[in-house]
Design a binder for this molecule. Sequence first.
Ligand code: PGA
Length: 256
Amino acid sequence: MKKFYIIANWKMSLNFKESIDLFNEIKQGLPEKNQAEIVICPSYIPLSEINKNNDADGKIKLGGQDVFWEETGAYTGEISCEMLKDAGCEYVIIGHSDRRKYFKETDETAHYKVKTALKSSLTPILCVGENFQERQENRKDYVIISQITKALSGIDFSGSEKIIVAYEPVWVIGSGRAIKPEEAEYMHQIIKQTLIDIFPIEIVEKCFKIIYGGSVNAEVVKDFLIRPNIWGVLVGSDSLNSKKFLDIIKEVNTIE
Ligand code: PGA
């Protein structure tokens, strides 16, 4: 049976109390057994407190929404991998389209961050995705191949690492309308093929999981996850409501 990933990205949407409350609601409503690894990425400030409350027998993992590539030093405002780990994180989102859009992050910065995360034993969740114009101009395959190649070429593997690649068409994020699951499956095949061009196939099979993000909700999640190359979802808006998020988890539990 496939083990999926359901990853919640809370972005900068909740204050401290709202974050703790939402986490507790999700924890209390979580089914006993789940077909997915559940990862929640709150903002930095409530992370430690959430970690203290996280007694759900390891059923919920925590992740950061970003990280800096240096390990320590004079980098005002930045957060290191060690700090994320101290706060209970096992995962970290890297190169999300918000970061690329508002903070001018590039495939090159994503590359450094993925490298540092792996070195610190954090699992990177590398986000890639084309914008609307690139899709209109039929450049989406090229854009994704280029993003993956630049971010991941030259990364060394011992074989025990895990990298999650999240395919998120930028124009769909937050729109309330996901792309068609078969379109996502096609893009996931492109991503897998690109990974096979960069790394030995055994490493790709063992270390990589490709997930979809962009307006995922409980109604559509199953249609995505029944495709052979879609291993999970990255959820923004519908992770901010405990019922909607738990409904996604429960829906995934019905996949045979
Ligand atoms: P969305 O966000 O689910 O609101 O589209 C997804 C994301 O930004 O990762």
